[in-house]
Structures are given as structure tokens and as C-alpha cells.
Design a protein around this ligand. Structure first.
Ligand code: HEM
Length: 492
């Protein structure tokens, strides 16, 4: 008898895991044959392949405007055609408002209330409230705080002059110093001190390596039901409560002493104070702290890795590095310091950073959930509610049709003359449309200041231990190389 029960159970299990596997065939959509249980992500789960290469492979294998894949047992539509991408991200945004990340208030209230995971009307209210925080006027006011950290960065690089430097580590300290200063109102001094509590917190929040963290992150992005079943928290509880305490203490201190610093924490606090003027959305203490923590998590690894990879490429392409240094020095001589206007004037700096973000888009793909049955008009394709749409950013950024010789680091692609030839919706390091990265302006300013402070007086070279080409760490769901990233530094 027990065998009959067992057989029924296994059959039911098999049915549940495979019942969706006919979805794309029934829709007449070209699709990748799923591997049992894992769908298209078998090599990702078993760490045989990095997500970066998996998404590129899927993109390259299909030459059609879209194709179907399964992630575990859920159907996802990979949209390859820029015109269709525009529909999803911009034209028909109201049908694709939400990211597909799990959101469970009881399991992780901070992630739930953060902008990235918030949904529908709640997201709209929050985004409307937060957008004024990132205008260029506000960035200008924050510049002195960023300059202070960039100057610490140059001092830290100086200490390693004549030696090699672990560039990812240094840039992580820089990013943590900046976000701690701007979003939490504290001087973390990670670049100055060997040991820093907040750096440990950042490391905990950015830990994707351990098996458990890997499982949690995967569940949040690809198997949200597991988040509900096991009440999984995306944020490390200890680390997030440390940050909440820091945030609340800063707020108290500012109220008591009447301090105004024009940073993100002041701007968030203003939004709360002006609450009575906007009754759409109650911006309480928890929601305010959730945004600060979101800025901390969304801004750290993205900014620091972009910078590390930019300097790695500049070390391999010395002509580009020299030309950029020349622009940096000329601009410095003209303005006497790196003012907001000086930074905006540097065209080649912008080109170099754009190219670094093309080759290393930290977010390998964008995702949107379909809010109802949706018809891609001319194509004849209709997808159903809750089917996820993936935009394969790395596939587009490495498509030779859009970026000839895509492995080459070539800032000329983004020169004022060539920039206009880039096909819209093929360059998406910050996403696009109403749900694009809210911190883009801040990230670009912070990154540009880091590069100019580093390059003005120092030369960067690959060292004998730098792996060329980079070998990606298959256990990490964004672009991160295995082991260290050492560069030699010389004072000029
Ligand atoms: C080089 C650095 C960065 C990169 C490459 C980056 C990239 C991205 C991308 C691709 C998205 C998703 C966009 C979409 O789905 O269309 C995103 C969303 C977001 N980013 Fe960034 N980001 C960076 C830095 C930052 C910083 C510094 C902050 C905060 C200060 C930030 C805050 C956010 C938030 C809150 C969202 C969610 C927006 C929403 O759902 O409305 N990011 N980012």
C-alpha cells in the first residue's frame, strides 16, 4: 500500500513540476527545451556556468524577436527585439509595472517596503515621492560630501603606490563611505580605517556566496513561493537592524541639534515632514529607513564593481587611460577643482564610463511581470497574467550587430558623433522607462569623481596576478570575477 501512496506522491510531484512545460509550445513561441526541475537554469544552479554567459547563450541561440525559457517550472518570455523591449519598458509600462522579486512583509519588511520590490500603486506613490531626491540640483548640493570621500580614495591609492592594490576592495570601501555619508549621515571612514563596523555590515548584506544566501537570493528572484513557505528574509536581520539604529540615531541627533547637510537622509526626512501635503502615501519611520537601506544595498556593489571593472579596462587599454588622464588634468587646470560643472564638461570621461557599463552591466537582465493578458500586437503573441518578461541586457550589449567587435573596450562607441547611432533600447545598464534606476544620476556622479581623483595623479596597470580575461564567479548572480582583482599603482 505504501508503494502506491509513494507512487501517487511522486506522480503528483512530477506533474506539478512539469505541468507548465508545454506553455511555450502551446503559444507557438520558439523555446529552449527545459531540463527537468531546473528549466534553463540547470548550469546556473550547479554552478557550471555564470548567469552572464547563460543569458548571452540564450540570446545568441535565438534570432527571433522573442523566445521562451523556463526558470525552474515558470515560463519566462525573453524579449530580444528593441521595439518590443520599448513596449514592455515604456509604451505599455502600465501592463508591466512590477519586478518579479518576491515580496513578503512578514518575512522581510524592509525589502517589502523598499522601492525595488514595492508594487503597483504603492510603488507609484513611493517613486513619485522619491524622484525629487535625485535631481541634478540635489546632486550638486551633495557634491562636497562625495568629494570628501573621493579625496580619501586618492589618499588610500597613494598609500599603495609602487605596489599592487585589490581594486574591488578599495572601491567597495569608497562606495560604503559615500552611501554611509549620504544616506545615513555618518562618516564611516572605511578607506581610512582597517576595521569598520559598517563595512562588515555591507559585506554581510552583499554576501551571495554561502549556500544558504544563494538559496535565499535565488528564491527571491526565481521561486517566490519558497519565500512564503520558509519565510525567507533577503536582508541579513542583524545587518539591517544595525543600519536602522544608525539611521534613527542620525535622525534624532539632527532634530536635536538642527543639523542640515542636504544629503539623502535630510531629503527623506523632508518627505516625511511634508506628509500632510500628500495623503496618498503614509511615509512612516519604517518606510523611510527601508529606502535608506535600499540605497545602501542597491548602490554599493553596483557602483564599486563598475569602478573596479572600469579601472581594470583602463589598465589593459593604456592609450584610453592616458587620453582620459589628459582630459582630467586639463579640466582640473581650467576649473581649479572638480566642480559639478567640471565633471559634466568631461566628454571622454562620460564615454569611458558608458563603455565600462556596456561591457559590465551589473544587472545581467531586467525583469517585469505581466499584469494581465497582454498582446504583442503585430507579432500575434499573447502572454498570460503573471508570465515574466526578461530583457537580456548582456545579450544586447554584446550583440555585434549593435556593438561591432563587442569584446573590445572602445569608448568611441559613445562619442558625441557615434552616440546617436546607437539603436534605442540596446543599451540598458540602468534599465529604462518609469522603473529605471532611480539612483542613476547619483551613481554616475560618484563614479566619475572616483575616476578623476584616481587618474589625475596615478597610473594603473595590470599586475602579474591579474587574470586576463577575467574569470567570472559562477556562484554570484551578477558580474563578479573569481578571486582578487589586483592592479599595480604608480604615482606620476
Ligand atoms: C553603477 C551603479 C548602478 C547600476 C548599474 C544600477 C542599475 C540598476 C538597474 C539595472 C535597475 C533596474 C532598472 C529596471 O528594471 O529598469 C536599478 C534599480 C534601482 N536602483 Fe540602481 N544601479 C546603480 C546604482 C544605484 C544607486 C547608487 C542607487 C541608490 C542610491 C540605486 C537605487 C536603485 C533603486 C532604488 C532601484 C529600484 C527602482 C524602482 O524599482 O523604481 N542604484 N538599478
Amino acid at each position: 500500500m505504501i508503494f502506491i501512496y509513494l507512487a501517487c506522491f511522486l506522480l503528483l510531484f512530477y506533474y506539478l513540476l512539469t505541468k507548465n512545460y508545454g506553455y511555450w509550445k502551446s503559444k507557438n513561441v520558439p523555446f529552449e527545451k527545459p531540463v527537468f526541475i531546473f528549466g534553463s537554469f540547470y548550469k546556473i544552479v550547479t554552478k557550471q556556468q555564470h548567469l552572464f554567459y547563460r543569458i548571452r547563450e540564450i540570446y545568441d541561440n535565438f534570432k527571433t524577436p522573442y523566445c521562451g525559457i523556463y526558470i525552474f517550472n515558470r515560463p519566462h518570455l525573453v524579449v530580444r527585439d528593441p521595439q518590443l523591449i520599448k513596449k514592455v519598458l515604456v509604451k505599455d509600462f502600465d501592463k508591466f509595472v512590477n519586478h518579479q522579486i518576491a515580496s513578503n512583509e512578514k518575512a522581510d519588511a524592509l525589502t517589502y517596503h523598499g522601492l525595488f520590490a514595492s508594487r503597483d500603486q504603492e510603488w507609484k506613490n513611493l517613486r513619485t515621492k522619491l524622484s525629487p531626491v535625485f535631481t541634478s540640483g540635489k546632486m550638486k548640493l551633495m557634491l562636497p560630501l562625495i568629494q570628501e570621500c573621493a579625496s580619501d580614495l586618492a589618499a588610500c591609492v597613494e598609500k599603495h603606490s609602487g605596489d599592487k592594490i585589490e581594486i574591488r576592495d578599495v572601491m567597495k570601501k569608497y562606495a560604503v563611505d559615500i552611501i554611509s555619508s549620504c544616506a545615513f549621515g555618518i562618516n564611516a571612514y572605511c578607506l581610512k580605517n582597517e576595521k569598520s563596523e559598517i563595512l562588515e555590515v555591507a559585506t554581510k548584506l552583499g554576501d551571495f556566496k554561502s549556500l544558504i544566501r544563494n538559496f535565499v537570493v535565488f528564491s527571491y528572484f526565481f521561486a517566490p513561493k519558497l519565500v512564503d513557505i520558509f519565510r525567507l528574509s533577503l536582508l541579513d536581520k542583524g545587518a539591517s537592524s544595525y543600519l536602522i539604529d544608525v539611521f534613527n540615531n542620525t535622525l534624532k541627533e539632527r532634530k536635536k541639534r538642527g543639523i542640515l547637510r542636504n544629503d539623502l537622509i535630510d531629503l527623506l526626512n523632508n518627505l516625511k515632514q511634508n506628509e500632510s501635503f500628500n495623503e496618498n502615501y503614509k511615509f512612516d519611520d519604517l518606510k523611510m529607513a527601508a529606502q535608506a537601506i535600499q540605497f545602501f544595498t542597491a548602490g554599493n556593489e553596483t557602483t564599486s564593481l563598475t569602478l573596479a571593472f572600469a579601472l581594470y579596462e583602463l589598465s589593459l587599454n593604456k592609450d584610453v587611460q592616458d587620453r582620459l588622464r589628459q582630459e582630467v588634468r586639463e579640466t582640473f587646470d581650467k576649473h581649479g577643482s572638480f566642480t559639478y560643472e567640471a565633471i559634466q564638461e568631461m566628454t571622454y570621461l562620460d564615454m569611458v564610463l558608458n563603455e565600462a557599463l556596456r561591457k559590465y552591466p551589473l544587472t545581467i537582465f531586467l525583469d517585469r511581470g505581466c499584469e494581465g493578458t497582454y498582446n504583442f500586437e503585430d507579432t500575434g503573441l499573447t502572454i498570460d497574467k503573471n508570465v515574466s518578461v526578461l530583457i537580456p541586457v548582456v545579450g544586447l550589449h554584446y550583440d555585434p550587430e549593435y556593438y561591432p567587435d563587442p569584446e573590445k573596450f572602445d569608448p568611441e562607441r559613445f562619442s558625441p558623433e557615434n552616440k546617436n547611432n546607437i539603436l534605442p533600447y540596446t543599451y540598458l545598464p540602468f534599465g529604462d522607462g518609469p522603473r529605471s534606476c532611480i539612483g542613476q544620476r547619483f551613481a554616475l556622479l560618484v563614479s566619475k569623481l572616483a575616476l578623476v581623483y584616481c587618474l589625475k595623479d596615478f597610473a594603473f596597470d595590470v599586475s602579474e596576478t591579474t587574470k586576463v580575461p577575467l574569470e567570472l564567479d559562477n556562484g554570484i548572480p551578477f558580474i563578479m570575477n573569481k578571486g582578487n582583482l589586483h592592479l599595480n599603482v604608480t604615482r606620476l
